[in-house]
Design a protein around this ligand. Structure first.
Ligand SMILES: Cc1cc2nc3c(=O)[nH]c(=O)nc-3n(C[C@H](O)[C@H](O)[C@H](O)COP(=O)(O)OP(=O)(O)OC[C@H]3O[C@@H](n4cnc5c(N)ncnc54)[C@H](O)[C@@H]3O)c2cc1C
Length: 474
C-alpha cells in the first residue's frame, strides 16, 4: 500500500542523487513534499563573539538550497522553505498538509540529535509517523564489521576492517519525476535576515565555490575527467595554491550536495577507464577518514565537544581573548600562520596542510583552548562538517585517539617543505613580497637594514611575532 503524501525534510543532504530518504519517499507515496527549514539557531552569536555560521558559509548554504529547489522543480516538484525551529514547524506543517510521515537523514551529534528527537516527539503527538535514514558515509552504518559503539579507536584499524569486511553500497539514482501537491512554497531569506552580509568573492581564493549539487558534480567532472587530476592526487594533495592540488569536494560534501558513494563510483570508473594507482586509492582513503570521524562521533557522543575530548586530560588551556584574536585575524606576525588565516577569512577555505599548521600553532604554541579554534573554524569554513571538524581538532589537540602522541608542527620546517619559495605568503601577504626567497617566512630574523631595504616595518606594515617560534628545523 502506498502513502498518500510524505514529507522529506532536507538537512545536510542537499541533493537528489543517492538520497535514501527521498528515493524511498518517492517509491512509497503518491505525493512528496520536500522541505528545507532555516533554523535561526544556526546563525546565532557564540560566547566567543562571532556567529556560528559566518558570511561565506551562509552564502554557500543558501546557494545549495536554491540549487536544490531548482533541481526539484526540474523533476516536477518544489521545495517548501520554512524559517524557524524544525521541531516546531515541520510536524505542524505536516499535519496541516495531510502528510502521513516525515522522512529525514539521521545525524549523529548532540544539537542535531536533539532537534531530531524533539521533532519525532512532536510528530508522534500529532499522529504523523517519522522515519530516519542513514546516509552521508561511504560505508553504511549497518554494514560496519563491528557495532558502532565498538568502532576502533585507531584509524588504521578502522580502515583495514572496513576495507576487508564491508562493501560500499550502490548509490541511489536521482528520481526522474516527483509528484507534489500545489501549495504555497515560501520565500528564501536574505542573508541580512540573520544579520549577515553577502561576502565579496576574493580574487585570491583557490577557486570560486558555489553551493549546490550541480556545482558539486561539475567540480568532480572537472577534477577527475576534464583536468585529469585524480591520477596525481597523492603527490599534489599537500599543496597550498590553486584549484587542483586537491579535489575541493569538501564544501559540497559537508552539505550533502555530493555523496561519497557517488564519488566512490566515479573513482572506480576512472580506475577502469583511465588509470588505477596509489593516487586513485588515496582519495578513497581520505573518504574513509571522513567516515571514521563520523562513526567516532556517534560512538563518543558529546565528548567530542568537551575540553578533554575522548581522553582524560587536565584542563590547563589558556583562554586569552587577546591572543586568540591575533590568531583569528591573521595578525600573529608569523607569516605562514597569517597567510592561512587570511585565506580562511577571505574565502571560507583553507588547505588541509594549512589547517594542521594553524591548529597546531593555536594549541601547541599558544596553548589556547582547542575548542575555541574549532568554534572559529565552524563559523568560517564553507566545508564545515561537525564530525570532521571537531574530530580533526581533537586529534591535533592531543585529546583524540592519535597513536602518535606528539603532533607538534614546526612551522618553519613545514614552510620549508611546502612553501620553500614563499609563493603562498606572497599571495596572501603581498606586503611582505619584497623579501626574497625563504626569508619571507621569517621577517623577524632580518636585520633592521634588510627590513628597511624591503620597505617593511615590523609593528607597522606587518606585526611583530607574537611569540618566538622554534628556529632550527634542518
Ligand atoms: C583542524 C582541522 C579541521 C578540519 N575541519 C574540517 C571540516 O570542518 N570539514 C571537512 O570536510 N574537513 C575538515 N578537515 C579535513 C580536511 O582538511 C578537509 O577535508 C580537506 O582539506 C578538504 O579539502 P579537499 O576536499 O580538497 O580534500 P581532499 O584532499 O581532496 O580529500 C577528499 C575528501 O576526503 C575527505 N577528507 C580529507 N581529509 C580529511 C580529514 N583529515 N578528515 C576528514 N575528512 C577528510 C574530505 O571529505 C575531502 O573532501 C579538517 C582538518 C583539520 C586539520
Amino acid at each position: 500500500m502506498k502513502y498518500k503524501r510524505l514529507l522529506v525534510w532536507f538537512r545536510n543532504d542537499l541533493r537528489l542523487h543517492d538520497h535514501a530518504a527521498l528515493f524511498s519517499a518517492v517509491e512509497k507515496s503518491e505525493e512528496v513534499i520536500p522541505v528545507y527549514c532555516f533554523d535561526p539557531r544556526m546563525f546565532r552569536e557564540t560566547h566567543l563573539g562571532f556567529v556560528k555560521t559566518g558570511n561565506h558559509r551562509a552564502k554557500f548554504l543558501l546557494q545549495a538550497v536554491e540549487n536544490l529547489k531548482r533541481n526539484l522543480q526540474n523533476v516536477g516538484s518544489n521545495l517548501l522553505i520554512l524559517h524557524g525551529k524544525p521541531e516546531d514547524l515541520i510536524p505542524q506543517v505536516a499535519k496541516e498538509l495531510g502528510v502521513q510521515a516525515i522522512y529525514f537523514s539521521e545525524e549523529v551529534t548532540a544539537e542535531e540529535k536533539a532537534v531530531e528527537s524533539a521533532l519525532e516527539n512532536a510528530a508522534y503527538k500529532l499522529g504523523v509517523e517519522t522515519a530516519s535514514f542513514w546516509q552521508s558515509t561511504l560505508f553504511n552504518l549497518e554494514d560496519l564489521p563491528f557495532p558502532v559503539n565498538q568502532t576502533p579507536e585507531v584509524f588504521t584499524q578502522f580502515r583495514k576492517e572496513c576495507e576487508k569486511f564491508s562493501k560500499v553500497r550502490k548509490a541511489f539514482p536521482a528520481p526522474k519525476i516527483i509528484k507534489s501537491p500545489t501549495i504555497e512554497w515560501g520565500d528564501f531569506p536574505a542573508l541580512s535576515k540573520y544579520g549577515l552580509e553577502n561576502p565579496a568573492i576574493s580574487s585570491q581564493a583557490v577557486m570560486v565555490f558555489e553551493g549546490g549539487e550541480d556545482e558539486g558534480i561539475r567540480r568532480l567532472q572537472t577534477y577527475f575527467w576534464k583536468n585529469d587530476c585524480l591520477k596525481t592526487y597523492k603527490e599534489t594533495r599537500n599543496g597550498l595554491l590553486g584549484a587542483d592540488y586537491s579535489s575541493k569536494f569538501s564544501p559540497w560534501m559537508a552539505l550533502g550536495c555530493l555523496s561519497p558513494r557517488y564519488i566512490f563510483e566515479e573513482v572506480k570508473k576512472y580506475e577502469k577507464e583511465i588509470k588505477k594507482n596509489q593516487s586513485t586509492y588515496w582519495l578513497i582513503f581520505e573518504l574513509i577518514w571522513r567516515d571514521y570521524f563520523r562513526f567516532i562521533a556517534k560512538k563518543h557522543g558529546n565528548k567530542i565537544f568537551q575540553v578533554s575530548g575522548i581522553k582524560n586530560t587536565v584542563d590547563n588551556w589558556n583562554r586569552s581573548e587577546r591572543l586568540f584574536q591575533k590568531w583569528t585575524d591573521g595578525n600573529t606576525g608569523i607569516p605562514f600562520i597569517d597567510a592561512n588565516m587570511r585565506e580562511l577569512n577571505a574565502s571560507g577555505f583553507m588547505s588541509n596542510r594549512g589547517r594542521q599548521i594553524v591548529a597546531s600553532f593555536l594549541v601547541n604554541d599558544l596553548n589556547i583552548d582547542w575548542r575555541w579554534g574549532a568554534a572559529y573554524f565552524e563559523s568560517q569554513l564553507i566545508d564545515y562538517d561537525v564530525c570532521s571538524n571537531w574530530g580533526n581538532w581533537m586529534y591535533v589537540a592531543g585529546v583524540g585517539n592519535d597513536p602518535r602522541e606528539n603532533r607538534y608542527f614546526n612551522i618553519l620546517k613545514q614552510a620549508h617543505n611546502y612553501d620553500r619559495k614563499g609563493e603562498y605568503i606572497r599571495h596572501w601577504i603581498p606586503e611582505l613580497d619584497p623579501i626574497q626567497g625563504f626569508d619571507i617566512h621569517q621577517p623577524f630574523e632580518l636585520s633592521t637594514k634588510q627590513l628597511k631595504e624591503s620597505g617593511i616595518s615590523l609593528g607597522g606594515t606587518y606585526p611583530h611575532p607574537m611569540i618566538k617560534i622554534p628556529k632550527s628545523f634542518l
